[in-house]
Write a protein that binds this ligand. Structure first.
Ligand code: PLP
Length: 453
């Protein structure tokens, strides 16, 4: 796919004949547990553009689910994959050594918050990074319990799923999960679980954990840590108020609980900083990352204080974790983000999108809230700005309409449109994407408010 091709370009109404054929095959052989949004069948991708198997070209506001931060098929990444795959492809970092692993670990330690010596554990995915973080927290503290947040998403394996609380369907019929997890409301000011108003609330969502949970029925000396996303992703792109994390940190210090920061979606520049928690100046004890770290290759990492990550040999490892190709790609991703000034682009383009959307919020009844940091932006759609009833059907219709017009964009939570393009996206593509999105919202808005005759 050429970078200069004109997009979006719809040459055949999607799904075209080739896409339909592949979807038929997929329907026959693939687990129906996946939750596809629309029939987009990819054939090529470059930068912030994707092409389907029938030749339609789309602007990508998904980044392969917040993964392709440096853009699809970045030349330097493709080169590294070729180079390393000609040397060796696998040799189990669990049992032997190779340089790609500690070299990447060093680079990760240098960019993660905290000016202290750190160690890194490599797995293959987000959920594995969480499993490792959780096991480490238990191992280090010898405590079993965890505090997690309602609306949080941390993965789908049993440990991670026990913390995940963003959609019923992810948990239904899978109980019993890992015991000893207590879920509490997140700092969600648009939909405060306590029906309080910020800032008069005094950040009661954190006060509640102390006064109503740890002082009433969960002995803090049995809790190993608090797991959180700095911005809830799957739960609806929820940005907590500014005082939330500093207050949570004070609470963790009070009871010596570890802060386990899930940066799987927010990390590697997504919010305009290397890690989203940096927006609040809080240093977590354990930080989990995946998605953007290896530009689409499977890699997860759990980073912690050397003092904490001192578990014994054999206590945790992974055959594939720290794959050499994924690790050289990880190194290149970090270099590309630095050298191409991608954090700066993320902040600049993100601020532009936020101000554009904030104007739309006044124009459209459907838009209840606009929020985000960097290129992690949510538009919450409601049927009524007062009752805030989620506009589920309308949200679905909007992303379908966008897809038909050449913009790949999906939802989060119940009725939030999420914008998370590759971080290298430029103003031209953003403007074209926003134009399609605005039109799609206006179609839904008109359906709800027919013109007065
Ligand atoms: C915040 C967060 N944590 C964990 C995960 C799980 O990652 P994976 O799907 O790689 O297991 C995700 C995936 O969307 C995520 O967004």
């Amino acid at each position: 796919m050429e970078e200069k091709e004109v997009i979006p370009k719809i040459v055949v109404k999607p799904p075209g004949p080739k896409a339909r054929e592949i979807i038929k095959l997929d329907d026959e052989y693939i687990s129906p547990s996946y939750s596809r949004y629309y029939p987009l069948v990819i054939s090529e991708a470059k930068g912030a553009m994707i092409k389907d198997v029938d030749g339609n070209q789309y602007i990508d506001f998904n980044a392969g689910l917040a993964v392709m931060n440096v853009g699809h098929c970045h030349n330097r990444i493709v080169e590294k994959i070729k180079e390393q795959s000609e040397k060796f492809i696998h040799y189990s970092n669990t049992d032997f050594y190779y340089p790609q692993v500690p070299e990447l670990a060093k680079m990760i330690c240098d960019i993660t918050p905290g000016n202290f010596q750190k160690n890194v554990f490599f797995g293959n995915s987000g959920t594995e990074a969480i499993e490792a973080g959780f096991k480490l927290a238990r191992w280090y503290t010898r405590r079993s319990r965890v505090i997690a947040f309602i609306g949080g998403f941390h993965g789908r394996t049993f440990g991670s799923l026990s913390f995940t609380a963003s959609k019923i369907v992810q948990r239904r019929y899978f109980f019993p999960l890992v015991p000893s997890v207590t879920h509490v409301p997140y700092g969600n000011c648009y939909r405060c679980a306590f029906k309080l108003e910020y800032p008069d609330c005094g950040i009661w969502c954190v006060g509640f954990i102390d006064e109503m949970v740890l002082q009433k029925y969960i002995p803090p000396e049995e809790v190993c840590g608090i797991i959180f996303e700095p911005i809830q992703g799957e739960g609806g792109y929820v940005v907590p108020p500014d005082e939330f994390f500093p207050k949570l940190k004070r609470l963790a210090d009070k009871y010596e609980l570890l802060l386990i920061d899930d940066e799987i979606q927010t990390g590697l520049g997504r919010t305009g900083k290397w890690f989203a928690i940096e927006h609040w100046g809080v240093v977590p004890d354990i930080l989990c990352l995946a998605k953007g770290i290896a530009s689409g290759l499977p890699l997860g990492a759990t980073v912690s204080h050397k003092r904490i990550m001192d578990w014994e040999p054999g206590s945790h490892s992974s055959t594939f974790g720290g794959n050499p190709i994924a690790c050289v790609v990880g190194q290149e991703v970090i270099k590309v983000i630095e050298e191409e000034k991608i954090l700066e682009n993320t902040t600049k383009q993100g601020n532009y999108i936020l101000s554009y959307l904030n104007e739309l919020k006044d124009k459209f009844e459907l838009i209840g809230d606009v929020r985000g940091k960097g290129l992690m932006i949510g538009i919450e759609l409601v049927l009524d700005k007062k009752t805030k009833k989620p506009a589920r059907k309308e949200t679905k219709n909007i992303i379908l309409e966008c897809f038909k017009k050449g913009l790949a964009i999906i939802t989060a939570g119940r009725s939030v449109i999420r914008i998370c393009p590759p971080l290298i996206i430029d103003r031209t593509l953003i403007d074209k994407g926003l134009e399609i999105l605005e039109k799609a919202i206006s179609i839904e808005e008109k359906k709800r408010r027919p013109p007065i005759k």
